[in-house]
Design a binder for this molecule. Structure first.
Ligand code: FES
Ligand SMILES: [Fe+2]
Length: 351
């Protein structure tokens, strides 16, 4: 049975807006030592600051446990954040460090979250319960960036997208839409179609047998020109879905040249609003213009989905046919990020 839904009901058709996973909060170059920022993301008010002495970045709940002032109006001295209201200071782990004029201070703290500085990005682990937990897995290292074989090539931040975070992963198993929305060759970074060409996709989707939080979307697109398959235009793309769609990376393999590695991250600032960022690296041998072309081509394909994502609802029981991809397999996998699990809470949370 089909139900009529007004746009204001879109949100109610989706699962929780903030599933468990690692999230890209901000780019590290946007946070100098001593700098403080307020963030309203993941259904939370957070304060992010970088210590002056250690250079370490910390993320805390934004409001002071004393009288509730917003700590993001405060100042960093040494490695502590000072509240703007009565100048209590807090260490990066959220512990109350000092109260001016008082020797014996109470044991108090503000919640602090697990963070990692990861290839120019600040990642924070968020649990669906909203509480602080020990992350069940770590962000994956990329040795080719660590050892300098791959180099930074750029980043791109589009406008926010009015969609639920689950839609990106839902899209990866939706094999039927490739021909409709992604079947045209477009000028990179635009929606302008190049006449005469079609793009065919050979898609696959699989789970990582070792790591339960990882799945892969595989695609080998190639070009058709006036009905002829252009054999030399093949490109192999492996997309790693790392968690609930918050952090994804693409590996584009270019024969004889090397690879492009691109991170795509989604940060929910509201149930149906994603801040999206792209950050890309490549082997040194890959010319910059080719990186620009391949990344731009992906951005064009990504943009082709926006109008659908920004207006659709989620069908809990979609009518599926044999042309659809493994929707049920994907949904069984993704469920793990939407279920709070009993875990050992960090020691720092006990006040
Ligand atoms: S409200 Fe923060 S120190 Fe009083
Ligand atoms: Fe798509």
């Amino acid at each position: 049975m089909t139900t009529e839904l007004s746009p204001s009901n879109r949100e109610t058709t989706y699962p929780s807006a903030y599933p468990s996973g690692w999230y890209h909060l901000l780019d590290l170059d946007a946070l100098a030592p001593g700098q403080v920022k307020h963030l309203e993301v993941l259904g939370k008010q957070l304060v992010v600051f970088r210590g002056r002495d250690s250079g370490k970045v910390s993320v805390l709940d934004a409001h002071c446990p004393h009288q509730g002032a917003d700590l993001s109006g405060g100042k960093v001295k040494g490695d502590c954040l000072h509240c703007p209201f009565h100048d209590w200071s807090f260490a990066g782990d959220g512990r109350l460090a000092a109260i001016p004029g008082l020797d014996k201070i109470p044991r108090a703290r503000v919640r602090s979250y697990p963070v990692r500085e990861y290839y120019g990005m600040l990642w924070m682990y968020h649990d669906i319960s909203g509480d602080v937990v020990t992350p069940p897995y770590e962000p994956q290292a990329h040795p080719e960036i660590d050892n300098g074989e791959m180099v930074y090539r750029g980043q791109y931040t589009p406008r926010d997208v009015n969609m639920h975070i689950c839609e990106f992963i839902e899209n990866s198993v939706d094999f039927q839409h490739f021909a409709v929305l992604h079947g045209h060759l477009t000028i990179p970074w635009t929606q302008i179609r190049v006449p005469g060409f079609r793009v065919r996709h050979q898609a696959g989707w699989e789970l990582d047998p070792q790591r339960p939080h990882v799945a892969y979307f595989l695609n080998d697109p190639y070009l058709i020109f006036r009905g002829r398959h252009l054999h030399k235009t093949g490109l192999h793309a492996k997309i790693t879905l790392f968690g609930p769609g918050s952090t994804v990376w693409f590996r584009f393999q270019l024969p004889d040249l090397g690879d492009i590695l691109m991170f795509q991250t989604h940060l929910p600032t509201a149930p149906l609003n994603q801040r999206v960022k792209f950050r890309y690296y490549s082997h040194r041998k890959v010319p910059r213009a080719l990186v620009w072309y391949v990344v731009g081509h992906w951005i064009s394909q990504w943009r082709a989905d926006l109008e659908i994502w920004e207006n659709k609802v989620m069908r809990k029981r979609p009518v599926l046919v044999s042309l659809d991809g493994p929707v049920h397999k994907m949904r069984r996998w993704v469920k793990q990020f939407y279920e709070p699990k009993p875990r050992v809470h960090l020691e720092v949370q006990r006040s």
